[in-house]
Structures are given as structure tokens and as C-alpha cells.
Design a protein around this ligand. Structure first.
Ligand SMILES: Cc1cc2nc3c(=O)[nH]c(=O)nc-3n(C[C@H](O)[C@H](O)[C@H](O)COP(=O)(O)O)c2cc1C
Length: 176
């Protein structure tokens, strides 16, 4: 699909994170780095999915909040909105793996628009769990979208992920 209009929507959290067994402060979130790399290869519009209530910089506090949000099947309110999603044909959707799936804020995002007829290409960063159940969850939330096989990149490898990203795009036929 070389000439389709592309959106790269992603959630990513800056601040303290757990990388290779150590707490590390990230100036740019791992998923944001992958989103930027995809934009370099594909073009398209970048959109950061932001919740009204920001997550704490502290890793352990965020872990607890995210666990509770998942338990409650919460839908955190979004701080920003895309003006018009109708013109996009391909949506890259990026997120970190939080407790085995997407952050609940990404669930809110997917329920806020109509993705019928669109192609969704999920990508996630993680510390060992890969995509978890996120692809299944996206299909449930967007039953009329074409959800392509996702890409999982270990958070600690995002800066060396160019080749993996390129191969994934080629395999999906999005890059020629
Ligand atoms: C609240 C929270 C929950 C997480 N849960 C998981 C998990 O279940 N499995 C996993 O592999 N990594 C988990 N991680 C690690 C993140 O997926 C990983 O650090 C990711 O690269 C962070 O991306 P970001 O910098 O774009 O936010 C979790 C991190 C946080 C903060």
C-alpha cells in the first residue's frame, strides 16, 4: 500500500522504567523511539495518545496504577483528539506492554474512533512478554478493521531495531 495516508498513533511513557533488570530514566519513551523510526521509513502523521491524568515518573507507582486500571477495565480520559481520522487508511498503533496487554488509555483511544475498513499495524515494546494479548484485544475493540500481525521489540533494543522494523514492514507489504 505505498500511497495510502498513514497515521502513527502511539502511547509512550517517559521517566523511570525497568530496563535489563535496572531502573533507568528514559528521556524519550521506548515506544516513541520506534514510532519515530516508523515515520522515517513510511512518512505519515505522528500522534501521541495522552491521558488527562499523567502517569507518575516513578516506575513502581506507575506499575500499581496500571495494575488497578487493568483490574477495573478502566478507560482513562484522553487529553487530546485527532481532528479527523476518516482519511487515514493505515494506522500504526504503538504501545508498551503493560500487564500483558496495552495500557488502558489505548483501549480508550481505540473506542473513541471508528476504525472500520482501516488497516491497523500494531507495534509494542516490552521487557519479555512480547505483544501479550494486545493483538486479540485490538481485534475485539475494532472488529471491522484489518489487524495485521504486530511487531514486538524489547525496550532495551529499540535503538538497534531499524532492521527488524524494516523487515516487518516489508513482510506486511507496507514497504516496497
Ligand atoms: C505499568 C507497567 C507495566 C509493565 N508490564 C509489563 C509486562 O507485563 N510485560 C513486559 O514484558 N513488560 C512490561 N513492562 C515494561 C514495558 O513494557 C517496557 O519497559 C516498555 O518498553 C516501555 O515503553 P515506553 O518507554 O514507551 O513507555 C511494564 C512497564 C510498566 C511501566
Amino acid at each position: 500500500m505505498p500511497h495510502s495516508k498513514i497515521l502513527i498513533a502511539y502511547f509512550s511513557r517517559r521517566g523511570n522504567n525497568y530496563l535489563n533488570g535496572r531502573i533507568t530514566n528514559l528521556a524519550i519513551g521506548n515506544t516513541e523511539i520506534v514510532a519515530q523510526k516508523i515515520q522515517k521509513l513510511m512518512g505519515g502523521d505522528l500522534f501521541e495518545i495522552k491521558p488527562v491524568k499523567q502517569y507518575p515518573e516513578d516506575y513502581y507507582e506507575t506499575i500499581e496504577i496500571a495494575k488497578e486500571e487493568k483490574r477495573k477495565n478502566a478507560r482513562p480520559e484522553l487529553a487530546n483528539r485527532l481532528e479527523d481520522i476518516s482519511s487515514y487508511e493505515v494506522v500504526f498503533l504503538g504501545y508498551p506492554n503493560w500487564w500483558g496487554t496495552m495500557p488502558m488509555t489505548v483501549f480508550t483511544f481505540l473506542e473513541s474512533y471508528d476504525f472500520s475498513g482501516k488497516t491497523i499495524a500494531p507495534f509494542c515494546t516490552h521487557e519479555g512478554s512480547g505483544l501479550g494479548s494486545s493483538e486479540r484485544d485490538i481485534k475485539k475493540l475494532c472488529p471491522n478493521a484489518n489487524v495485521l500481525p504486530g511487531l514486538a521489540i524489547r525496550g532495551s533494543n529499540v535503538n538497534q531495531a531499524d532492521k527488524d522494523i524494516q523487515n516487518w514492514l516489508l513482510k506486511l507489504g507496507l514497504l516496497t
